[in-house]
Design a protein around this ligand. Structure first.
Ligand code: 13P
Length: 250
């Protein structure tokens, strides 16, 4: 089980450090076997890495450059993220795909950069409401997987997050059955492409995960944790979600 918080474009430095400290304290006793990650804005990464040192909490970035260096104003490379102490990089989040032009091709380049620099990419896929209504969930999700993982040779250090766009920040969660259906599709696509190691790939669900719905989602056989937005900004809620993952595992 793995639970990762995506803080998005939120927190002052003081808030980030205090949230990180509260999360580290909250999960240090009871997260038996559950991996925990938090992804603050780039500029707070160093402070958050420092504040969580010695705790089970790992730190990730919300994005990474598709290039390894050079004249790319405003970008932050995977090597820089690794140097500052990141473990994870979220790649291909639907907000990046919809608002910042991250195509599957760009996502694939970011995944390759992350892997080449020792980071674990959390590769996000998910359909819009219109795509779901049109019965295109499987097409869209497997298409995104094929494109985003085009340069990947093995599943070692790959995490996939299924985040239905209609469930992000809307308070509307996929039902446990809906999540399981898509996760099973993802697992079987990964098995076809990469073989039996797909059984070990963490498949996270994201989209309005809260303490109240986390346990039921995490109990699904192909749901191996969560990528949490809004609820990760509140230490108590996030820690409760980590505890739900521990309960689902036990
Ligand atoms: P919410 O949990 O706020 O719906 O956000 C989900 C998400 O986008 C995590 O990456």
């Amino acid at each position: 089980m793995l639970v990762v918080g995506n803080w998005k474009l939120n927190t002052t430095q003081a808030e980030a450090v205090s949230l990180a400290a509260d999360v580290a304290r909250g999960v240090s006793d009871a997260n038996s076997g559950v991996g925990v990650g938090i992804c603050p804005p780039y500029v707070w990464l160093e402070a958050v890495v420092e504040r969580t040192a010695g705790s089970p909490v790992r730190v990730g970035a919300q994005n990474v450059a598709a290039q390894d260096g050079g004249a790319y104003t405003g970008e932050v490379s995977a090597a820089m993220l690794a140097e500052v102490g990141c473990t994870y990089a979220i790649v291909g989040h639907s907000e990046r795909r919809a608002l910042f032009g991250d195509t599957d091709e760009v996502v694939a380049a970011k995944v390759s950069q992350a892997l080449a620099n020792g980071l674990t990419p959390i590769v996000c896929v998910g359909e819009t409401l219109d795509e779901r209504k049109a019965g295109r969930v499987e097409d869209v999700v497997t298409g995104q997987l094929a494109g985003s993982l085009a340069g990947v040779e093995s599943l070692e250090r790959i995490v996939v997050a299924y985040e239905p766009v209609w469930a992000i920040g809307t308070g509307e969660t996929a039902t446990p059955d809906q999540a399981q259906d898509v996760h099973a599709t993802i697992r079987s696509w990964l098995r076809d492409r990469f073989g039996a190691s797909a059984a070990q790939t963490p498949l996270l669900y994201g989209g309005s995960v809260k303490p109240a719905n986390a346990l039921e989602l995490f109990r699904q056989p192909d749901v191996d944790g969560g990528l949490v937005g809004g609820a990760s900004l509140d230490a108590e809620s996030f820690v409760a979600i980590v505890h739900a993952a521990a309960d689902a595992e036990g």
